[in-house]
Design a protein around this ligand. Structure first.
Ligand SMILES: *Cc1c(COP(=O)(O)O)cnc(C)c1O
Length: 376
């Protein structure tokens, strides 16, 4: 065991933003021009560039990824009494957005290998109360969208892609977010691209785009000032946020390439290590590698491993607790969610930011191996 040198003790966070472009310049421009709220040149430019990035007609900015989901569901007319299929293994915002509409989330279990939902599991929960399906590209690995869309089409329900973790991921060559009826993104500080806080709804449907725009801007009629034909919200993004977001987007290729590099270093270091398995990469798509994540073998004490890493200055996170285990949702449990339960108990997210170098990844890999019961 090598003695810990100075460098070895450098703190490695799970996720740190990387600002390598025009962020500072654009933010200063907001301050100097006075355009700090939700009017200003960066909003429109960020939206247009993001639509191009996703290969869709419309991108509508909003104040975070949770709100992006809420807007997408509202635009589809989801309301009290409706049901919406969502994965149980996801971040809580996916389910909460459904609840905000007065609708009920219907949970589905995930695949044991790639941790996303599957068409057959979705179909098993279809009833005539189900009015939409939300899929989540977990940790950036795209779901198998073609069969999911086929099932949704057959039942006549729209699909929302919660692509909060999957900016620039690809499914059969197409960018995630563009594959459903609507797609939603988050630009929180730990996501692939950040705007501080921020979100985006993308779609090819003109009517849905119009509905989202109306809803996010207090519901004010664009043709008549202070005329509010519907109950709207103030869900707008600020020009300062859009300034950061646009600067990040200009460097999207850099961010994605760096994350792919980090993931491949981890893969080389951890593949074949007993007691550790990585998220399965499926041949239908290319992950955005949001968080490099591993499952520990059944008998391994996850907390002990996480503590050992923490003692070496390496931050990790436990996996999300599945929705059906949370007090706000557990009453909705109908059946066991064996994969989600197993994955959630055994998974940890490793440091994954775009600014990690090979030495840092080697340090995590080495420390992780040594913290395993079989470790040397
Ligand atoms: C981050 C995240 C959200 C919420 O985004 P915020 O911008 O934090 O509101 C929603 N869904 C998933 C899957 C996420 O990872």
């Amino acid at each position: 065991m090598a003695p810990d040198g100075e460098e070895e003790r450098e703190w490695l966070p799970v996720a740190a933003p990387a600002f390598v472009g025009n962020e500072k310049r654009y933010v200063l421009e907001c301050l100097e021009s006075g355009w700090v709220s939700s009017i200003g040149r960066f909003i429109g430019e960020f939206e247009q560039r993001f639509a191009e990035f996703c290969g869709v007609k419309h991108a509508i900015s909003c104040c975070n990824g949770t709100v992006a989901l809420h807007l997408a569901l509202l635009a589809l007319g989801i309301k009290r009494g409706d049901e919406v299929i969502v994965p149980t293994f996801t971040f809580v915002a996916t389910a909460n957005a459904v609840t905000y509409c007065g609708a009920t989330p219907i949970f589905v279990d995930c695949d044991a290998g790639y941790w996303g939902v599957t068409a057959d599991r979705i179909e098993a929960k279809m009833t005539d109360r189900v009015k939409a399906v939300v899929v989540v590209h977990m940790y950036g690995q795209p779901c198998d969208m073609a069969p999911i869309r086929e099932v949704a089409d057959r039942y006549g329900v729209p699909v929302i892609e919660d692509a909060a973790q999957a900016h620039g991921a690809r499914y059969k060559g197409e960018v995630t977010g563009s594959l459903g009826t609507l797609g939603t993104f988050s630009f929180y500080g730990n996501k692939i691209l950040t705007s501080g806080e921020g979100g985006m709804v993308v779609t090819n449907h003109d009517d849905l785009a119009g509905a989202v725009r109306l809803l996010k801007g207090q519901g004010m009629d664009p043709a008549r000032r202070y005329w509010f034909p519907i109950l709207g919200y103030n869900y707008r993004m600020t020009n300062i946020e859009a300034a950061i977001g646009l600067a990040q987007l200009e460097k999207a290729a850099w961010h994605l390439q760096k994350r792919e590099q980090v993931a491949s270093w981890y893969r080389a270091g951890l593949e074949g290590v007993e007691g550790v398995s990585l998220q399965q990469e499926m041949d239908w798509g290319r992950s955005s590698h949001w968080m490099v994540s591993v499952l520990l073998g059944g008998g391994i004490d996850r907390d002990a491993v996480m503590h050992a890493l923490l003692a070496s200055g390496i931050e990790t996170r436990p996996f999300f607790i599945p929705m059906h285990r949370l007090p706000i949702y557990e009453s909705i449990i109908e059946d066991p969610f064996l994969n989600a339960d197993s994955i959630s108990r055994r998974g940890i997210n490793l440091p994954s930011g775009a600014s990690l170098d090979e030495k840092a990844v080697e340090r995590v890999v080495d420390r992780l191996k040594r913290s395993l019961p079989s470790g040397s």
